[in-house]
Design a protein around this ligand. Sequence first.
Ligand code: MG
Length: 454
Amino acid sequence: MTLLRSGAASDVGRRRSVNQDAVLTTPTLFVVADGMGGHAAGDIAATMAVATFEAAGERLATEASFSEAIGQANAAIYRASLDDPSLAGMGTTIVSACLLGGEGGDRLVVMNVGDSRAYRFRSGALVQITEDHSMVAEMVRRGELTAEEAETHQQRHVITRALGLGPEVSADTFPVPVRQGDRILLCSDGLTDEVDDEEIALALSSIADPQAAADDLVARANAHGGADNISVVLIDVLLSDDGPDEGTQAHKVISSIIPSDAAVAASSKAAPETPEDEGWIARRRRLGIPRTVTFRVLIFVLLVVGVVWGAWAFVRWYAMSTYFVQSTDGQSIVIYRGRPGGVLWFQPRVETVSATTVADVLPSRVKKLQHGVVEPSLEGANRYIANLADEKRNTSSVQPSATPKVTVPSTVPYTVPYNGSTGGGGTGTTATGGSRVTTTSVPAAISTPTTAAG
Ligand code: MG
């Protein structure tokens, strides 16, 4: 035997003037419908769907009769839209849970058409039971979109199935094994568009009473903006043929909840146990990053930041990778790091002030120094200054002296050994008497560094 208890809440939200959602709760049948259509047509479609299920009531004993009720609701809405032009195009989503009896015991079955959802909450994990009949959900299933991209896709509200749009409709059916302590949540997209899975799980784990929990979820959706009508039905499994959930008591407050993107995306997958398994959505929620920040947006921003940073680093390298020597005050000689005049916002900075001053260099070099002389390295800049000083000293040392300390003749005799064959004497040996003396002129040094210094 399975015993259920439920709570329900439906609210117009903060932006709409009409609540086009409708809900139904009985001891064994639960419905959320989200109507659509101009004026009040959506309201009528949702109300008609709920009324059809309410009328079916006790006859819903099998999956076939459950499915038949959906067919009847679809036909009634479709007929009404054909009969009244003002209702043309109206329709509604529907998600319903029904406790069906049978020889094997009670079974909970969920059916849905459209993007209203059913979830099962067990042991702190929220798992989506239904699959949305929406354009983006189908693109995700085909691998054309990621779940993250679907959350912010412009056409995420375009649904591909609804009651009342055609003479027939196909609903998905999900047998849902339940245990004591499980909670089944039915809701319209006004809740799931505003409140993320982690926050829903937090509410379900912390509020025991199903009516109070349903009210709390609606309040959270309104707190996040309430852009659409919000409807919630929460069903608690008080008693089940399968007994209590192992290790979990009904309405046990769980302090730590780690929701799973994968589990949310596919009910057949297990919920993760560790934070390492969380995907981008869960991480984004944990960090409080807005929904509009998708993974692609984040990558794009990082790329832009990377390019800007790269350009900044290159300009900085170009501006500061060299040195220059300059004298701006006509006295001191300074080595700067950077380029004369700077590059963009990178201005040169003083690297060192040389002990050599302008007075230590040739006057002809001063003008160049005033403009700045670029050197590829600090060592090169120091060497350049040293060369200027050496140049000045050497030039000073070769200045003509008024009173040379050493005077040499303008010419000096140069003795060439005599060759006996060319002269008399007969012995062939060199002798003073027989030597042939000639003279040649050798320029005399004006001075030498030694004598100049002496
Ligand atoms: Mg809606």
